[in-house]
Design a protein around this ligand. Structure first.
Ligand SMILES: NC(=O)C1=CN([C@@H]2O[C@H](COP(=O)(O)OP(=O)(O)OC[C@H]3O[C@@H](n4cnc5c(N)ncnc54)[C@H](O)[C@@H]3O)[C@@H](O)[C@H]2O)C=CC1
Ligand SMILES: CC(C)CC(=O)C(=O)O
Ligand SMILES: [Mg+2]
Length: 354
């Protein structure tokens, strides 16, 4: 029987609640499709600070590297906010991504027909949206040195090297080849030198993909165009901070941040995680939407070449939404019944097993 070692990182806040539901669904499809998943749990973020006084223990890095793939919830929360920078949960996540070499974060935003009324945008604007943000994940301003803060002055540095830009651009063009063959590279080249280099290198990489249409867009315009006419986009290629922001925006086109999954790739092992954070404001209430994490688990199965199991999960989600079940965040329209995090996970697992 096919056997996969899956690292599980639940994290903080709603992390444990949503990852539990994804495991439920993974177990349902694994037995149906005839493969075995062996789970090993590792700590990251606040949960790791509480036990090891370290937001990214070596054991988590080693364990992840020993896995075939890692499923991750989210980290962070007010409990750890006043710790020194290096002890904060967010530093732990950045360190894990860097240590695993995960330079590419793929964040698809695909509208479910059943949810066209759940978005605050008009149905005719969003029906059929199918875009993906390819975000550079281990460079840019989140990692650049020097960085500094005193009482009167603070700064960070946005750095990209030619090689870093070329490798993420290649991922975006490869993605576009599998899709609608259009790349929109988003930058701020009218102001930033780092964006000028970004454009030059993206143009060079584009020469290897003559079938793909390339356009450049400034990030402020991109933020506006995303809500004006999201269907104009296929692949959005961008840097770390712009991708972080634009993908949260894209989630609201689809209906909720609780719906957007992601795959962080580029190293030996992939990390699969919802795009949202640990949502401390709703943690422990049983109202978090687990679908982003369940879709991340489906992306994980795709990367493990268990594509039929991944499709089974996506179909199960569609069926459950078609039947009118909604978590609170997407309950505003068309809800037949508002369900808890755990009920939503069980409904999807039941459909996926049939
Ligand atoms: N990848 C990660 O682990 C990330 C961690 N964070 C951390 O998470 C903490 C909270 O950050 P926020 O800025 O509040 O962002 P957030 O994404 O956690 O929450 C933003 C808003 O969306 C809602 N939300 C998020 N996920 C949801 C879900 N699955 N279902 C329903 N509603 C959902 C929350 O309730 C909140 O109102 C911070 O410590 C932040 O640093 C933030 C983003 C990513
Ligand atoms: C919490 C940060 C480290 C990153 C973030 O917001 C994200 O990856 O979406
Ligand atoms: Mg973010």
């Amino acid at each position: 029987m096919r056997n996969y070692k899956i690292g599980i990182i639940k994290g903080d806040g709603i992390g444990p609640e949503i990852v539990e539901e994804a495991i439920k669904v993974l177990d349902a499809v694994a037995s149906k499709e005839g493969f075995n998943l062996e789970y090993n749990e590792y700590l990251l973020g606040g949960a790791a600070v509480d036990v090891f006084d370290n937001p990214c223990p070596d054991e988590t890095i080693k364990g992840s590297l020993n896995s075939d793939a890692v499923l991750f919830g989210a980290i962070g929360g007010p409990k750890w906010e006043s710790l020194p920078k290096e002890k904060r949960p967010e530093s732990g996540l950045l360190k894990l991504r860097k240590s695993l070499g995960l330079f590419a974060n793929i964040r698809p935003a695909i509208i479910f027909d059943e949810l066209v009324n759940a978005s605050s945008l008009k149905p005719e604007v969003i029906k059929g949206v199918d875009l993906t943000v390819v975000r550079e994940l281990t460079g840019g301003i989140y990692f650049g040195e020097p960085r500094y803060k005193d009482d009167n002055k603070a700064y960070n540095t946005m750095i990209y090297t030619r090689d870093e830009i070329a490798r993420i651009a290649k991922i975006a063009f490869e993605e576009a080849m599998k899709r609608k063959k259009k790349v929109t590279s988003v930058d701020k080249a009218n102001v930033l030198e780092v964006s000028e280099l970004w454009r030059e290198v993206v143009e060079e990489v584009a020469k290897n993909y003559p079938e793909v249409e390339l356009e450049h867009m400034y990030v402020d315009n991109a933020a506006m165009q995303l809500v004006r006419d999201p269907k104009q986009f296929d692949v959005i290629l961008t840097g770390n901070i712009f991708g972080d922001i634009l993908s949260d925006e894209a989630s609201m086109i689809v209906g909720s941040i609780g719906l957007l999954p992601s795959a962080s790739i580029g190293g030996k092992v992939g990390l699969f995680e919802p795009i949202h954070g640990s949502a401390p404001d709703i943690a422990g209430q049983g109202i978090a939407n687990p679908i982003a994490t369940i879709l991340s688990a489906a992306m994980m199965l795709d990367f493990l070449n268990e594509t039929s199991a991944a499709e089974r999960i996506r179909n199960a989600i569609k069926e459950v939404l078609k039947e009118g079940y909604r978590t609170k965040d997407i309950a505003a329209f068309d809800a037949k019944e508002v369900v808890t995090t755990s009920e939503m996970g069980s409904l999807i697992a039941d459909h996926a097993a049939n």
